[in-house]
Every structure is written in C-alpha cells, then in structure tokens.
Design a protein around this ligand. Structure first.
Ligand SMILES: Cc1cc2nc3c(=O)[nH]c(=O)nc-3n(C[C@H](O)[C@H](O)[C@H](O)COP(=O)(O)OP(=O)(O)OC[C@H]3O[C@@H](n4cnc5c(N)ncnc54)[C@H](O)[C@@H]3O)c2cc1C
Ligand SMILES: *[C@@H]1O[C@H](CO)[C@@H](O)[C@H](O)[C@H]1NC(C)=O
Ligand SMILES: *[C@@H]1O[C@H](CO)[C@@H](O)[C@H](O)[C@H]1NC(C)=O
Ligand SMILES: *[C@@H]1O[C@H](CO)[C@@H](O)[C@H](O)[C@H]1NC(C)=O
Length: 525
C-alpha cells in the first residue's frame, strides 16, 4: 500500500513538474508584448489628445518621440539649442562621433515610424545589413542564429556613423506628413511650472537662442529627452514636486572610449583580409574583454560612405592618440583566445594605407545612472511628465548595443499607452506618468541590472551606493555559463542573440531547455 501510494505520489508529482515545466517553457519563450505593439507604432489616433506636447531635447530620443507624439497631438513642439543648423556637429552630445552599433529593435521601430526608412538611409550611405555584430567574448566567437531565419538571413540592422544617422532621422522627421504639426524651437528648456493642485505641469519655460524667455501654456505632455543631463529631475524639484532623496542611483564603470574613423577607398577595402561572412554584418568584429581583465571592447565597423571605424576602450588612461600607438595598444588586449589575426592585420593595413584617421577620444565616460521615477510615491509625479532615453536610464556603452534601441522601446511603450486612452475623453489620465514608468521597469530595468552587475566584475568599477563589487556574483557566473553554452548549442545562441537585440524578453534565458544547457555546460572562462 505504502509503496503504491508513494508511486502515485511520485507519478503525480512528475506530472505536475512536467506540465509546469511545459508552461514555464512556453511563458519564457513567448514573444514580448512590445513586439506585438510594433503593429500600432506609427498609427495616428483619430481623435487627437488635448494640449501641446513639448519634447525637451532633439537628439535621437527627441526625434523619435516627436514623431510618435505627432500621431497623438495636433501640436508638438521640439526644443533643442542645436536644432537651428542641423548640418553643424552637435556639441552637447558627448558621443556624437563615437562608434555606435544599432540593434534590430531600432530598425523594426524606425520602419514603422518611417515607411521610407530603408530608402532614405540607403540614399545617404547607410547600410542595412545582417544584425550580427560578430561578437567574440574574451577571444571566443559567440555565434548568431542564422539557422533560425529562411535563407540564413538575419533581420537587418543599420550600419552608419551616429552623426549621419542622427541627421538622417531628423530629415525623416521633417519629411513625414505629420511634420506640419511639429514646431521646431531652437532653444533651451529652463523649467516647468506646476498646476495649482500640483497634479500636473501647467507650463514649460523655454529660453530661445536670442535670450528671450517664452512660457508655453496649455501643456498636454512634457517629455524629458535631455540625455545624460537628465534635466527633468531638476525641473520637477524646482517646480515644487517632492522627489525621494535617493531617486537617482549611479555607479562608475571608469571607462575611456576612442573611435578612429578611416576613409577607405573601395580599392583598399577589397584588399582587406575581412572574411566573407563578416563583410555583410552590422559590424565586422567585436571583441569584448573578460571583465576580470577590465571592461573593454574592441571593434571594427564598416559604416556609411567608405568609412570604417575602429573602436577602442580602456579603464586606464592609455588610449592611442596617434597612428603609431594603435597596434601596440591592440597587442596588449587580453583574452582566453587571441584576437582574430585578420582583424589585427586589417587594422595594420588601414594604419599603413589610409590618410590620418580622425581620433574621437572620450577621456572619461562619466557615471551611469538611472532616475527611478517609478519609485516616486503615487500622486507625487505630475501626470503629464515622462522621460525617454538617457534622460531616464544611461547604460555603459561598452555593452555596445542598447542606448538607441532603448529609446525605441520607450517610444513603443509610450505609443501603446497613448493609444489606450479612451477616444471620448482625449486627455491624459491622472496616473499616466506612473503607468509609463511602471511599464518601463518591466521592460528596461533588466538592462540596468545585467550591465551594472557585469561591470562590477571589473576592479576599476566603483559600485553604486549600498552595493559592493560582490553584488552580482551569481549573475556573472550565469552569464559566463550562458556564453559558454551559446558556443555549443544553437538554441542558447539563438536566445542570447534575440535577447541582446531586444526582440525577446530576458525571461527567455530562463526557459528550462536553455537553463539546463547553460547549467550543464562547463564554463570556458
Ligand atoms: C561612448 C558612447 C558610445 C555609445 N555607443 C552606443 C551604441 O553602440 N549603440 C547604442 O545604441 N547606443 C550607444 N550609446 C548610447 C547612446 O548614444 C545614447 O543612448 C543616446 O545618445 C541617447 O539619446 P538621447 O536622445 O536620449 O540623448 P542625447 O543624445 O544625449 O541628447 C540629448 C539632447 O538634449 C538636448 N538638451 C539638453 N538639455 C536641454 C534643455 N535643457 N533643453 C533642450 N534640449 C536640451 C541636447 O542638446 C541634446 O541634443 C553610446 C553612448 C556613449 C557615451
Ligand atoms: C554619403 O554619400 C551620399 C551619396 O552617395 C551623399 O548623398 C551623402 O551626403 C553622404 N553622406 C555623408 C554623411 O557624407
Ligand atoms: C495637424 O493638426 C490639424 C489641427 O490643427 C489637424 O486637423 C490635422 O489632421 C493634423 N495633421 C496631421 C498630419 O496630423
Ligand atoms: C487638479 O486640477 C485639475 C484642473 O486644473 C483637475 O482636472 C484635477 O482633477 C485636479 N487633480 C486633483 C488630484 O485634485
């Protein structure tokens, strides 16, 4: 009796485990909501919302947000001191000339917002190519999931210098039919004023380039797109909104970032030893150093109009500042396997045969930070204020991927929330801001956690208040197991690629079939 009882018990336990395992697998592998929400990105609402939408900052976040808001408001004002002459290099964006790689989610979103995205970007020299960054972790290749796609063609990503991308996006914004309702105000947002009962923002104060101050009234929505400055926090405090003391945690990865841009003639390019498989990728080579050797990424990117960028980073003040210093710097990069010899040879040929490259050196990337607006007590945030892009979360750029795609993810979230507003009551609900930030916690906080905890593996990293470099030990251990498993199992490589391109949710990494492969695999590092 006892035996048969325990058999029944075991059998039913096994059934429960198996079926919950299947459910667990399904939940983890299901596509994230934001992919379905792409369908309504770029779709105008019939009954527009009341009031003026003010976009503060006109860089990548500001451009994308202005386009989204023009589908929801009849009056959108885009304010930025550097919008008078778009051809002029931006001086307020530290990374304007820094090497950038863009992810699939960015392309997916941009195509919805601008159906002519591909044509226009190609016309100005952009390359829409396979979203394979040719990642190598500590010298070891981490494959991309070509087998998942018909004809072995991965979804596209954009390869283009950031400066050119930004100009092209702005041109798209101005060409789109909704541009009739977008007003460009070259100037600086100085602050906001609260409504009498402190529940919303009543007006926005703008200083125009000639020094005059203008007060914008009848505000529908205010979007902070001021990037690294994260000015919104200061505006809200100055307007009397009470924000918690520890609203903006930050840490210092201590990195320096160099981008060398070479002009490469087609004739010289044909002589470079870049393997065929890497040529039509978004970047040709990315080498991410194991964190215990220091946070560093080395990359080669074929960008627009016969340009190629070599990106070098370091936690020490030793970045090359002249051509003869480039190869010795590269030879000091360490890993579990050496850098690809064709990569080193390519850089050597570029150094010997090209004119002097431009050197863009960011001597020190200041701290990474996260304004935790979602932690403000209910009712204390104005209902019509949100932040998008770096104004909300700034991630360490050595993870070469997320900044611009995170802007797109914020924009998808904003668009969906706006579409969910009742057509008969065309005003923002009192909890609009709280809902926006809450949704973003689920979608973007993981990026902040995984990159930060990875960075703590480096001796040079200064953790945020209340944490030590010991935080995230398990996360780092698991990250190394996952990367190791990706070199052996297509399924793991596929999940890792989709999560990194922000087209799968991070929970996909916890699907049982992925988890056990990761745990089973001996770490290569
Ligand atoms: C070195 C480096 C490399 C990077 N590499 C990548 C990469 O490979 N891939 C990737 O996706 N991301 C990368 N990023 C991140 C990416 O650059 C940012 O996430 C992106 O620029 C964010 O855009 P943004 O519009 O939010 O802010 P920003 O581009 O910083 O723009 C802020 C804008 O606000 C304006 N502004 C400021 N204050 C005011 C005010 N008071 N009133 C009006 N306007 C104001 C400024 O003039 C500026 O135009 C990198 C970042 C760095 C630092
Ligand atoms: C790149 O070349 C195209 C012509 O092929 C030109 O229209 C465009 O302005 C160039 N872009 C840059 C950033 O130089
Ligand atoms: C622009 O705004 C006007 C109202 O001022 C509205 O009738 C029109 O539909 C809007 N145009 C677009 C393209 O959104
Ligand atoms: C604040 O005032 C506005 C009108 O100015 C009103 O619509 C809103 O309901 C008020 N909010 C609260 C929380 O009292």
């Amino acid at each position: 009796m006892g035996i048969s009882h325990s058999n029944i018990y075991l059998a039913s336990a096994a059934c429960v485990l198996l079926s919950s395992g299947i459910v667990w697998q399904k939940v983890c592998k299901s596509p994230p909501e934001w992919i379905a929400e792409l369908d309504i990105l770029g779709q105008p609402r019939k009954q527009k919302l009341l009031g003026t939408a003010v976009v503060c900052g006109g860089s990548i976040a500001g451009t994308v947000v202005a386009r989204v808001l023009a589908d929801h408001f009849d009056r959108v004002i885009l304010v930025d001191p550097e919008l008078l002459d778009v051809e002029k290099p931006k001086t307020r964006v530290m990374q304007y000339n820094a090497a950038h790689a863009f992810l699939t989610l960015f392309t997916y979103g941009a195509r919805r917002l601008w159906p002519n995205f591909d044509t226009e970007l190609r016309a100005v020299g952009g390359r829409l190519v396979s979203a394979d960054v040719q990642l190598h972790y500590s010298g070891i290749a981490v494959p991309a999931p070509y087998g998942d796609y018909p004809g072995g063609r991965l979804p596209d990503s954009l390869a283009m210098r950031r400066s050119a991308t930004q100009k092209a996006l702005y041109a798209l914004l101005m060409q789109h039919p909704t541009a009739v309702n977008i007003t460009i105000w070259p100037g600086t947002v100085r602050g906001v004023e609260a409504a009498d009962n402190q529940s919303s923002i009543r007006s926005v104060i703008v200083r125009k380039l000639d020094g005059t101050e203008v007060v914008l009234n009848d505000i529908g929505l205010v979007v902070d797109c001021t990037g690294r400055i994260q000015a919104g926090m200061k505006w809200l405090e100055a307007a009397g909104f009470s924000l918690p003391a520890n609203l903006r945690p930050f840490y210092k990865p201590n990195i320096r970032y160099a981008t060398l841009c070479f002009s490469v003639s087609p004739e010289l390019e044909s002589r470079l030893p870049i393997p065929e498989f890497a040529l039509n990728s978004v970047s040709q080579y990315v080498h991410s150093q194991h964190f215990t050797y220091g946070l560093s990424v080395t990359a080669l990117l074929k960008t627009d109009n016969d340009t190629m960028q070599v990106m070098l980073t370091s936690s020490e003040d030793n970045l090359p500042r002249s051509v003869p210093e480039i190869l010795p710097f590269i030879s000091r990069i360490r890993g579990h396997a050496p850098l690809a010899s064709w990569f080193v040879k390519t850089v050597e040929i570029l150094c010997e045969n090209c004119n002097e490259p431009s050197f863009d050196i960011i001597k020190y990337v200041p701290e990474q930070s996260y304004v935790k607006y979602h932690s403000v007590p209910a009712g204390a945030l104005p209902s019509n204020f949100i932040a998008v892009g770096d104004a909300h979360i700034q991630l360490n750029p050595i993870h070469v991927r997320q900044g611009v795609s995170k802007v797109m993810l914020n924009a998808i979230t904003l668009n969906s929330l706006l579409h969910s507003i009742d057509a008969l009551v065309p005003i923002l609900p009192g909890d609009f801001s709280a809902r926006y930030f809450k949704k973003n916690v689920a979608r973007t906080e993981g990026l902040w956690d995984t990159t930060r905890l990875h960075d703590y593996g480096s001796l040079a990293c200064e953790p945020m208040a209340g944490e030590t470099r010991d935080n995230g030990r398990v996360a780092r251990w698991f990250e190394l197991k996952l990367i190791s498993a990706a070199t052996q199992y297509e399924e793991v490589a596929s999940v890792l690629w989709h999560v990194r391109n922000m087209v799968a949710a991070e929970r996909a990494l916890l699907a049982p079939t992925v988890l056990w492969k990761a745990l089973w695999t001996r770490s290569l590092f």
